[in-house]
Design a protein around this ligand. Structure first.
Ligand code: AMP
Length: 401
């Protein structure tokens, strides 16, 4: 026998029973988002590497160490998509969607790839459902998106907490970055090695550190949320009051950092205590400069993504896989008749299955019972029976039963 080949580390098979759970999540997402006017978009599984290095940001962990990039054989670098926002913005620009009535509301659902260290809830190929709104900076868009993700998680039974912040605009952020970098430099001797090495590259990530001495320094660090200019402060206040109107509890968390560079203004994350270390179920934020950064016209945008596997874990979604058939066709020596009958039953709209496992007639009857078939047809040398009685037009009889 040859050696077994296992699936790569950090990947998983979606087995039939898990498919049923995931279908519930996907169905709820589709229903909620489409009812709110979001239309589905799907982009390719791989893109030009530059889309992510430019869009997600050179300094981010994703671009620095988590991308699966490869040469396409013609000297171009391609990357398995690590996230969905940059691709959706690329498609928005490429298809001239800025000419459509604004805002353009989109959602997606598919696999993403990051070379992360695998653990519970963290995989190298994972699925996300995501929503993006392009062409409006109305705070009601921010609030609507947050409410939609909240409602999706709630409908599926997950208990989550919402953390909210504002990252201001690019200029305020740049000035704050300098201020924070200067503060970090002044306290350099108290910081962890990693944080120290990232002072210039990405000082905001210092808030993410799990090093205790670094955390003590960060507790006293200047906060971006205290530096918002009047427009950003007003925008943030409106988002908050709309969330309050919707009755959605949140905590302001000025240390909220997400591993993507493109965010501006509103930033949010839903976490679940049911998840352990990887507690993020879904999150997102506003990215008013991203479309322009990848070559489109200046366009405000905002979106979120939530991991399907983490939703299933957080919500403990349970679903039964097997739907019992309406008709099970057992047969002995009459394969062609059984086949024709099964097809006719399906054409009439019945869930029908015929014996395909090479069982004896007795074994077939047992199998029909095991799968809880509603009706059992037997085709053999003695004739044709339905539920033990001689039968003529089986499909009609099952339909009228
Ligand atoms: P992000 O794009 O990093 O903001 O991620 C959005 C959501 O996708 C997270 O809240 C998770 O639910 C999910 N997610 C991100 N990375 C992974 C991963 N490596 N494995 C599983 N789920 C992930």
């Amino acid at each position: 026998m040859s050696a077994k080949i296992a699936a790569p580390r950090g990947t998983f098979d979606i087995l039939p029973e898990q498919s049923a759970q995931r279908a519930l999540v996907e169905h709820a997402a589709r229903e909620l988002l489409e009812a709110a006017g979001y239309a589905r978009i799907e982009t390719p599984a791989f893109e030009a590497t530059e889309l992510f290095s430019r869009g997600v940001g050179e300094a981010t962990d994703i671009v620095q160490k988590e991308m699966y990039s490869f040469d396409d054989g013609g000297g171009r670098s391609l990357t398995l998509r690590p996230e969905g926002t940059a691709p959706v913005c690329r498609a928005y620009v490429e298809h001239g969607m800025h000419k459509l009535p604004a805002p353009v509301k989109l959602y997606y659902l598919g696999p993403f790839f990051r070379a992360e260290r695998p653990q519970k809830g963290r995989y190298r190929e994972f699925w996300q459902v995501g929503a993006e709104v392009l062409g409006s900076d109305d705070p009601a868009v921010d609030a609507e998106l947050i409410v939609l993700l909240h409602d999706l998680l709630k409908r599926l039974g997950a208990t989550v907490r919402l953390r909210l912040s504002s990252l201001a605009n690019a200029q305020t952020r740049a000035a704050y970055r300098e201020e924070l970098a200067a503060y970090l430099r002044a306290n350099e001797h108290e910081l962890s090695e990693t944080v120290r090495s990232r002072i210039d590259l990405n000082p905001l990530r210092a808030f993410d550190s799990d090093d205790l001495r670094t955390q003590a320094v960060m507790a006293k660090a200047p906060r971006l949320i205290d530096r918002l200019d009047s427009e950003d402060a007003k925008h943030f206040a409106e988002v908050r009051s709309l969330l309050e109107l919707a009755g959605i509890p949140y905590e302001i968390d000025s240390t909220l950092v997400r591993g993507l560079d493109y965010y501006t203004r509103t930033l949010f994350e839903f976490t679940s205590d049911a998840l352990g270390a990887q507690s993020g179920v879904g999150g997102g934020g506003r990215y008013d400069g991203l479309v322009e950064l990848i070559g489109g016209p200046p366009t405000p945008g905002i979106g979120w993504a939530a991991g399907i596997e983490r939703i299933v874990l957080a919500a403990q979604v349970s679903a039964t896989r097997d739907v019992p058939p309406d008709l099970y066709v057992a047969h002995e020596g009459r394969r062609a008749d059984a086949f024709t009958l099964t097809l006719a039953a399906r054409t009439a709209g019945l869930r029908a299955q015929m014996e395909l496992g090479g069982r004896s007639l007795k074994g077939q009857l047992k199998h029909a019972e095991r799968i809880s078939a509603r009706h059992l047809a037997i085709l053999d040398a003695q004739g044709t029976r339905l539920d033990g009685k001689p039968a003529e037009d089986i499909v009609r009889q099952v339909l009228s039963a």
